[in-house]
Design a protein around this ligand. Structure first.
Ligand code: PCA
Length: 215
């Protein structure tokens, strides 16, 4: 049987809920294409988030690592293409840390590309009726930190592990704190991640679908 590690974050930046953990928790123990999901809650802290992730990855082999996070300024589900070796925080994390231009892994490669089929995942989320697109940057905060850490684990410790990251829009209950956002219901977000996971476990290769950005 295959195993999926599905991570979500605790709330941060004054929010009381984080849809990424709500969705991961809702899918804990479910099966997708014969693969079993294990949900893992990550602290929104540079360093500690990476350590919690690494302990879970060291404890048992996983076939797929999909990390989820909140992007409070994005109206749709976004599947990330690239993780950068940069921590540069516009706001403090939940431990008050605010690194500027620090590498996630000193001496590590500048970037890693997602090793999940991101175009197929976007297509699957759209087919489930949820707006989605490819994102060309996961930012430089804790989400990118965790995405890079997962990709680095694959590169150095577990070549069989395929790694990706999906940012979710805010929930309707959070929208008033994020001007311009209306939010997306938890059931839609859960449908989206379910569809993305099924696409990820069912295909090793990606499809040649356009998903780039002109600028
Ligand atoms: N979103 C933040 C960190 C935790 C989360 O859910 C980010 O995009 O970096």
């Amino acid at each position: 049987m295959k195993h999926i590690l599905l991570t979500g974050f605790e709330p941060f930046d004054g929010d009381h809920v984080n849809p990424s953990w709500e969705v991961a928790h809702a899918l804990d123990g479910m099966y997708f294409g014969g693969a079993k999901v294990r949900a893992l809650l990550l602290p929104c802290e540079f360093g500690r988030a990476r350590e919690v992730l690494q302990s879970a990855l060291a404890a048992q082999p996983f076939d797929v690592l999909l990390s989820l996070g909140l992007a409070s300024n994005r109206p749709e589900v976004t599947v990330e293409r690239v993780a950068l070796n940069v921590d540069d925080a516009r706001i403090p994390d939940n431990a008050g840390q605010q690194p500027v231009d620090r590498p996630v892994v000193p001496g590590g490669p500048t970037a890693y590309l997602a090793s999940l089929p991101i175009k197929r995942m976007v297509a699957a989320v759209r087919a489930a009726g949820v707006p989605a697109s490819v994102s060309q940057t996961a930012g430089t905060f804790v989400c990118n930190h965790v995405f890079y850490a997962g990709a680095h684990w694959r590169a150095t410790r577990a070549p069989g592990l395929r790694v990706g990251f999906v940012h979710l829009p805010p929930l309707p209950v959070q929208a008033a704190r994020h001007p311009g956002m209306t939010g997306m219901r938890l059931s839609m977000l859960t449908d989206a991640v379910r569809a993305a996971l099924l696409a990820a476990v069912s295909h090793e290769d990606d499809a040649p679908l356009a998903g780039g950005a002109v600028s």
